[in-house]
Design a binder for this molecule. Structure first.
Ligand code: NDP
Ligand code: GUE
Length: 286
């Protein structure tokens, strides 16, 4: 039986979006309407859902938005030309190119082409560098959402032992940097980690981003620990599952996020927050 507190990403998201909406209304009066361009190459079914959710969030908040759907066989040259065009558009403050891209396109070339001021994913090397140094930057959306959710529990991160499973550039690595910024002591686990359960069982805060459905169960978790499940896995049944076996984990954990309704909605909310910030900076308002 679940006795753990469920951290609702949906609810936290709605609260933040309310605040963003109020701010957008104020900015519109000053002639500043945040604009987001989302670029989707090919028809990755998962990406379709996210792109739809992003467009809807823009509409709800009063942002201007453009969705560019390109054929799967679009050349890298044509994609780069679109990115350059969007870089020059004054009505666009944020550019997001949905990943993964088809194999014939070099991801790095595309990310590097996005103007760092418009890189609302926080994937451009300039923004990554600023994140590492601790300077102001556009923070990657999923990691920023993870930190917001932990803050929402009211549990202090400073001095706590945080363990992150996964070390990707888009989730694991930036999450670990943001946790350190909150003064947590951070341990990183990955596919070569030898004694993983020994480590995760010491975690006051456990962030899981492995990309394997129901990978973490109760046996990985210290009683009362905060558990944040970043995983989004589509099961054969069509259902969505996290990287954490919620039924099992929640019997021992403290506050824990569900999937769906956990980190996913926060990712989109942080994207909106970044786009608003980029718009304010473009208008000299921040
Ligand atoms: N909610 C959201 O908004 C988002 C959700 N996601 C989801 O988060 C999950 C992770 O995504 P992402 O970081 O891109 O995934 P990647 O596949 O890029 O990275 C997975 C990481 O997990 C590690 N790993 C894999 N298997 C094991 C294992 N058996 N034991 C320990 N570590 C392991 C890998 O280690 P190694 O480095 O050694 O290979 C790697 O570092 C996915 O389910 C993805 O769908 C992603 C982005 C946004
Ligand atoms: N350039 C780029 N930036 C990204 O941020 C990016 C990306 N590419 N590629 C794919 C991943 C994944 N991702 C998600 C966004 C929203 C939900 C989301 O809204 N999830 C909801 C429900 C989703 C559903 O029902 O399928 C939830 O978890 O409750 C999930 C995952 C962003 N990503």
């Amino acid at each position: 039986m679940t006795t753990a507190q469920i951290i609702s990403g949906k609810q936290v998201s709605d609260e933040i979006r309310q605040n963003l909406k109020t701010e957008v209304e104020g900015l519109a009066a000053q002639g500043c309407v945040p604009g987001l361009a989302v670029v989707l190459v090919g028809e990755d079914p998962a990406s379709q859902v996210y792109v739809r959710n992003k467009a809807k969030a823009c509409e709800d908040l009063g942002f201007y938005s453009e969705v560019h759907r390109l054929d799967a066989d679009t050349s890298q040259e044509d994609l780069l030309a679109l990115v350059h065009k969007l870089n020059g558009q004054t009505d666009i403050n944020g550019i997001l190119v949905q990943l993964p891209l088809p194999e014939h396109i070099e991801e790095k070339a595309v990310i590097n082409a996005i103007s760092p001021e418009k890189d609302v994913d926080g994937f451009h090397p300039v923004n990554v560098g600023n994140l590492v140094i601790g300077d102001d930057s556009l923070l990657p959306c999923t990691p920023a959402g993870v930190i917001e959710l932990i803050k929402h529990t009211g549990i202090e991160m400073s001095g706590k032992h945080a363990v992150v499973i996964g070390r990707s550039n888009i989730v694991g690595k930036p999450v670990s940097l943001l946790l350190q910024r909150e003064n947590a002591t951070v341990t990183m686990c990955h596919s070569r980690t030898a004694n993983m359960k020994e480590l995760t069982r010491q975690a006051d805060i456990l962030v899981v981003a492995v990309g394997r459905a129901n990978f973490v169960d109760a046996s990985y978790i210290k009683p009362g620990a905060v558990v944040i499940d970043v995983g989004i896995n589509r099961l054969e049944t069509g259902k969505l599952a996290g990287d954490v076996d919620f039924e099992s984990a929640s019997t021992v954990s403290g506050p824990i996020t569900p999937v769906p309704g956990g980190v996913g909605p926060m990712t989109i909310t942080m994207l909106m927050k970044n786009t608003l910030l980029a718009a304010k900076r473009a208008h000299g308002l921040s």
